[in-house]
Design a protein around this ligand. Structure first.
Ligand code: NAD
Length: 492
């Protein structure tokens, strides 16, 4: 089985590591590939960053209009190769083919928005701030920017950052998740063959913690964009900023959804079950704690259980599949263990998705939808990010109690409400402490021109991913104050 090479200085280069990490298809545990892994990743990172720095020194002076031209080409390439990429995502990540196509669409949208960098990156100018004195603010690139991504959106998350970094004049080094390296391997092959970018401008280094530490410690890395679990995000933010880097670190989540008693039963049930069980619950915007408010709890509970039971579990490339496996056997074990803890702490299993087998895929990491009713509000499953197809169902008499409960949670990625009552929705969106709010929406994922990130322990940093925030993250402002006294002027 071939071990993937790193992409450095416009070439595919063998890693200095002899250790490897096996990449498995989560539906059948077959080995797809191996990635280099281990302490020599720091040497790989150093090589990539040195070349990236050189490329940046030339790229920073290329006009923005020229810098975005390769992005138009990249958008076309992603569209042409979308179906191949979607199959790759499904094979290494487990999600359904349609889900894979969906994440690629958002990747493409980010490339489109970054194509407008020459507008978003424009200077601001004030004439005569005092008599004969003008002042203007320009945005300049940072240098080499690095990005570290998680396993759950291998085709999308790198594009929250990559196109913006390049368009604003930086060089970019990607460290994809070691669990799902194939999608970006394919994208970088396209970039290599078709894009004509200067050598070293875009690099990819495979690996795990050692590669990440290499990036966090390298003096020529000026900015780090991270997406992953909260503990690692906290570590990245602390170490990156201590080393003088600009850092945006997006972490984990535990997303609550409120169902008001006037919510439309059918739409609400469909949207919420899609949110909880889509991507097998492995989305940072997956609904996780469902809160019924008021008198109609029984009706919604029954409908949610029915909809969850009817989901077809299987291999993501099979047309009828509505939910694929979770990423690894360790993850499956961890989720099943959390279900048991929830039950031990008092929750009632309305459906228990453990011991799920899919014919023809007996070795796959499948867990069927699970609904646990009335768990302890301070207990493990309500407070911990499960990242699997598990719904906790809780109840409050009043909306205010739900908002209070939500705001006491440690995460703040997303919160949603289902209601026909505009005033209830308004008070929810105004009072809830979360970065993304859904009103009759189950996955409140901002489109590419809006900033994306959470609050509280879901995010460490200031500027978020995507759109104008990304442009600001990848640039530093310089203010110039200029005076040209009249009596210096030669008479022509
Ligand atoms: P993870 O934190 O395990 O890994 C993310 C990246 O960090 C990988 O590239 C990995 O190699 C690296 N890494 C892992 N451990 C490290 C360590 N100790 N030191 C340095 N680097 C390390 O996350 P994951 O399991 O791949 O992804 C799932 C998590 O990502 C969930 O918590 C999910 O909520 C979160 N996520 C958040 C968002 C968001 O926008 N907030 C989006 C997607 C996923």
């Amino acid at each position: 089985m071939k071990t993937l090479h790193n992409y450095i200085n416009g070439e595919w280069i063998k890693s200095k590591n002899s250790d490897t990490h096996e990449v498995l298809n989560p539906a059948n545990q077959e080995i797809i590939t191996k990635v280099p892994f281990g302490k020599d990743s720091k040497t790989d990172v150093d090589q990539a960053v040195r070349h990236a720095h050189k490329a940046y020194l030339a790229w920073k002076d290329v006009p923005t209009m020229k810098r975005v031209q390769p992005l138009f080409k990249l958008k076309a390439l992603l569209e042409t190769h979308k179906t191949t990429l979607a199959q790759m995502i499904t094979n290494e990540c487990g999600k359904t083919y349609n889900e894979s196509m969906g994440e690629l669409q958002r990747a493409i949208e980010n490339v489109e928005v970054a194509c407008g960098a020459y507008v978003m990156n424009q200077s601001e100018f004030s004439e005569n701030i005092a008599s004969g004195i003008d002042e203007f603010m320009i945005r300049q690139p940072l240098g080499v920017c690095a990005c570290i991504t998680p396993f759950n959106f291998p085709g999308m998350i790198p594009f929250w950052f990559l196109p913006y970094a390049i368009a604003t004049g930086n060089a970019f080094v990607l460290k994809p998740s070691e669990k799902v390296p194939m999608t970006m391997q394919y994208v970088f092959e396209l970039i290599h063959k078709e894009l004509g970018l200067p050598k070293g401008l875009l690099s990819m280094v495979h690996g795990g913690k050692e590669a990440v530490d290499g990036l966090l410690e390298h003096p020529d890395v000026k900015a780090i964009s991270f997406v992953g679990s909260t503990n690692v995000a906290r570590y990245i933010y602390a170490k990156g900023t201590a080393n003088g880097k600009r850092v945006q670190a997006q972490g984990g989540a535990k997303n609550p959804v409120v169902i008001m008693p006037d919510a439309d039963l059918d739409t609400t049930t469909k949207i919420i079950t899609d949110s909880v069980f889509g991507c097998a619950g492995q989305r940072c915007l997956a609904a996780s704690v469902i809160i019924t408010v008021g008198d109609e709890k029984g009706m919604y509970t029954e409908a949610l259980v029915e909809a969850a039971k009817n989901r077809t579990i299987g291999y993501g490339m099979d047309k009828q599949t509505e939910m694929g496996p979770v990423i690894s056997s360790e993850s499956k074990k961890r989720i099943e263990n959390l279900i048991q803890i929830g039950i031990d702490e008092g929750a009632k299993p309305l459906i228990d998705g453990r011991n799920c087998e899919v014919s023809g895929f007996e070795k796959g990491n499948f867990i069927a939808p699970t609904i646990l009713e009335n768990p302890s509000l301070d207990g493990t499953i309500v407070q911990t990010e499960i990242f699997g197809p598990v719904m906790s169902l809780v109840h409050f008499d009043k909306l205010e109690q739900s908002i209070d409960f939500i705001n006491r949670g440690k995460y703040g990625n997303m919160a949603c409400i289902f209601t026909r009552d505009g005033l209830a929705a308004r008070s929810f969106r105004s009072q809830v402490m979360a970065g993304n709010i859904g009103i009759n929406i189950g996955v409140a994922a901002p489109v590419a021109q809006f900033p994306f990130s959470g609050w509280k322990e879901s995010f460490f940093g200031d500027l978020h991913a995507q759109g104008r925030h990304a442009i600001e993250f990848f640039t530093q402002t310089k203010v110039v104050i200029e005076r040209w006294p009249k009596d210096w002027s030669r008479k022509f």
